[in-house]
Design a protein around this ligand. Structure first.
Ligand code: APR
Length: 230
């Protein structure tokens, strides 16, 4: 069975009602990245940042996975051990759809991190500024989100899995942010077949062997069906 690594971005959750970042009216049209998605922003106004992520956490908690998430969960169920999802998203829609092999390279809304001792804990509810870390008890809780200028999570494992991939697919991502936008080049260098499924061509579309344009809820089930009936 082919080993498949799938990178997902905000576009796969768009039809579940969660906004993307760079589309018309996206998150970065309504909030300044430096205010809500950098360590400096958190240091200068922690309440603004905590409120921003509490609102996104509440919205994500209400959201349901769509047919694209469900198709990827089906693919993993039919090819156990051969499918890895690397998501840039901080929502839990892949897990809600039943995917188990998911790496959150930009963190997760349902997780909190201690800025002092790096303890991580499950935080499904709203966070408060100065919340105490359950481990070191210092008032240093922060959203467990990888902000601009910080190192994404799981990079060693991701690079190892890209080197073994037979197929690399990118779904719902604009190709604006590295290192994720560079995964296609790495996968191709290792000989993987590379596939982009996106509403419109991404910034790195020319680096893919195959591209399918359209809504993820339509293109992803069709693509998965083709893989399973191959
Ligand atoms: N189906 C498929 N693709 C879609 C859909 C949809 N229904 N709706 C939007 N898209 C595509 C858009 O065409 C766009 O290319 O999803 C992509 C979303 O791009 P971005 O908003 O830039 O989101 P993403 O690529 O995930 O951003 C990467 O940037 O701000 C940081 O940390 C943040 O993880 C995020 C990273």
């Amino acid at each position: 069975m082919p080993k498949i690594v799938i990178l997902t971005g905000a576009g796969i959750s768009a039809e579940s009602g969660l906004g993307t970042f760079r589309d018309e009216g996206g998150l970065w049209a309504r909030h300044r990245i430096e205010d809500v998605a950098t360590p400096e922003g958190f240091a200068s106004n922690p309440q603004l940042v905590v409120d921003f992520y509490n609102a996104r956490r509440a919205q994500a908690a209400e959201a349901s996975p769509n047919a694209a998430h469900a198709a990827l969960a089906r693919l993993e169920a039919e090819m156990p051990g051969d499918v890895l999802i690397v998501t840039q998203n901080v929502d839990a829609l892949h897990e809600k759809a039943g995917s188990q092999n998911v790496l959150h390279m930009h963190g997760a809304l349902t997780s909190a991190l201690c800025a002092a001792c790096e303890h991580r804990w499950n935080a499904p509810l709203a966070m408060t500024v100065g919340e105490a870390c359950p481990s070191c008890e210092r008032p240093t809780a922060r959203p467990d989100i990888v902000w601009f200028g910080e190192i994404p999570y799981h990079m060693e494992e991701i690079e190892a899995r890209l080197s073994e991939a037979d197929i690399f697919a990118a779904i719902g991502t604009s190709g604006n942010v590295y290192p994720a936008a560079g995964f296609v080049q790495a996968a191709a260098a290792y000989g993987a077949l590379t596939v982009e499924l996106n509403l419109e061509p991404s910034l790195v579309v020319s680096q893919f062997d195959e591209t399918y344009s359209g809504l993820a809820s339509e293109t992803v089930p069709k693509w998965v069906g083709g893989l399973l009936n191959a």
